[in-house]
Design a protein around this ligand. Structure first.
Ligand code: NAD
Length: 481
């Protein structure tokens, strides 16, 4: 069979050590790979390449479309963007898949029965990285959630469950608070779930859901969640298995995929030859399944389980009770290679199918009928009371767009606010058309309103149109509205 071209980067810190161990095991197991190496990470940043990737690296990624990547050190400060985020977004890697499994009793954990896969949306949410300081006192970060993004990740989670014999998909969101953005994620999850009656589904509010996960992980199977929650939940879940050095991560897109360990470059143990290569090896195992080499993936995974079971452990997972030999990185890799072809007897052996990759087509909907019904104008003003501000905004109002509500950090302060509410210099002023006056609202009316607000010597910093989509209001109410 023709070897599959892949791009490999050895990364920073312990990266080169664990990559060498992983490549040695891949080679010994007969993985059919045509490897192109690229440089990424700290040295590349320091040479002035702010993306963290060397020249030619993108060409290699475009050629192979498969990336096996060691962790890298992200320089602190200096305005560097995270290379991981850049790669995920540039290559459209929308799904981050992190299986978090306990290997008790051989790896000590408080959660011996744990076997949870966290599927994190990887491109949207606050990780769009669109932030502004708007006033002296207030900064904002935009949380962007799209219907196609939700559809793709939720469908991926259910397809993953089907392909991997899993029984349940749990969605975690905070849609009791973020009714429009997280509400969309939850709504789409319910729509997709209905297409998979054979898979149980449930939704938890992310805070209590994560609390349950951290105390009773055996109640969870596959978890799907937006980007920020997924980032936090997947680290908690990985750590609960006993070591952050154990879990691998797949970043999957329509055309590209990247595989790595979930941990970082561990500068504290770099160069000592003691790092656990298992996280990256698990990334490589997921890569082999993805490129159709399930036979090799299965052989490596079972040899790895047998190695753990035989009491050959790296230092950070070693225990008096279950470790026979505390291994350095190279020795641990050699012991895995010696066990290729063997299966564990106490841990459950794995078996992988060479099934086709997971497909996640999106069904774009026809545009809804969109009606403009008002505008939120955000104003920067200090040393003003809500009533004083409202007086100016009433002067700026007309029959089409009248000031209806002022909030400060989301809390209603006019009309009938509470004098106790703490106010910053950042005001959201909601103008809507007078109910049933028969007028329509257009962009021109909003522009004229802004002109009148300026005449009142108010500093407007941004606007958000208030719309209805197919007659449904598409904006949140102010707290207390
Ligand atoms: P880290 O994951 O590198 O290390 C956390 C702790 O876990 C350390 O004590 C470390 O020694 C230990 N550890 C991690 N991997 C191990 C392994 N394979 N074997 C044994 N012990 C291991 O997290 P950090 O210290 O917060 O981050 C270090 C650097 O890595 C930072 O620059 C960070 O930005 C970067 N980072 C990169 C990635 C990535 O490239 N995907 C992910 C996370 C962090």
């Amino acid at each position: 069979m023709k070897p599959t071209p892949i791009t490999v980067a050895r990364g920073d810190g312990i990266g080169p050590e664990i990559m060498q161990a992983t490549l040695d095991i891949l080679r010994a197991a007969g993985a059919r790979l045509d490897i192109e190496e690229i440089e990424i990470g700290e040295q590349v940043y320091l040479q002035g390449n702010t993306s963290g990737l060397s020249d030619g690296a993108w060409d290699s990624l475009r050629r192979t479309r498969i990336f096996l990547k060691s962790p890298i050190t992200t320089p602190q400060g200096g305005g560097y963007k995270s290379l991981n985020v850049t790669i995920r977004k540039t290559l459209g890697l929308f799904a981050n898949v992190r299986p978090c499994i306990s290997y008790a009793p051989f790896v000590e954990t408080k959660f011996p029965g744990m076997n949870v896969v966290v599927i994190r949306e990887n491109e949207e949410d606050t990780y769009a990285g669109i932030e502004h300081r708007q006033t002296d006192e207030v900064a904002q970060c935009l949380k962007l959630i799209s219907r196609p993004g939700c559809e793709r990740i939720c469908r991926y989670a259910f397809e993953y469950a089907v392909a991997n014999g899993r029984k349940k998909v749990t969605c975690l969101t905070k849609d009791n608070i973020m009714k429009v953005t997280d509400g969309l994620f939850h709504k789409v999850f319910d729509e997709i779930a209905a297409e998979y009656p054979q898979i149980e589904n449930e939704h938890w509010i992310v805070d209590i859901g994560t609390a349950r996960l951290a105390t009773a992980p055996e109640k969870f199977d596959v978890i799907v969640t937006p980007n920020l929650y997924g980032d936090i939940v997947s680290d908690i879940t990985a750590e609960m298995t006993g070591s952050v050095g154990m879990a691998g991560s797949a970043n999957i897109g329509e055309d590209f995929a990247m595989f790595e360990a979930i941990h970082g470059s561990a500068p504290d143990i770099s160069g000592q030859g003691i790092a656990n290569p298992s996280g990256l090896l698990h990334g490589a195992i997921m890569m082999l399944v993805h490129i159709g080499q399930a036979d090799v993936a299965e052989s490596i995974h079972n040899a790895w389980l047998k190695t753990l079971e035989d009491g050959l452990h790296t230092g950070e997972i070693a225990s008096d009770k279950h470790t026979k030999i505390k291994c350095r990185t190279n020795r641990f890799a050699q012991e895995i290679m010696l066990r290729l072809g063997q299966k564990p007897t106490r841990l459950t052996p794995v078996s992988y199918d060479s099934s086709e990759g997971i497909k996640t087509k999106i069904q774009r909907r026809p545009p809804a009928e969109k009606t403009l019904v008002g505008v939120d104008v955000f104003i920067h003003k200090n040393d003003v009371s809500p009533d004083e501000l409202a007086e100016k905004l009433e002067k700026a109002s007309d029959d089409r767009l009248q000031i209806k509500l002022i909030t400060n950090r989301g809390v209603k302060v006019w009309p009938q606010g509470f004098p106790e509410t703490f106010c910053t210099d950042h005001w959201r002023c909601r103008f809507k058309k007078t109910v049933n006056n028969g007028y329509t609202v257009t962009h021109d009316h909003i522009l004229k309103l802004l002109g009148r607000i300026r005449e009142e010597e108010l500093d407007f910093i941004k606007t958000e149109n208030l719309c209805e989509f197919d007659g449904e209001p598409a904006y949140s109410l102010g707290q207390g509205e």
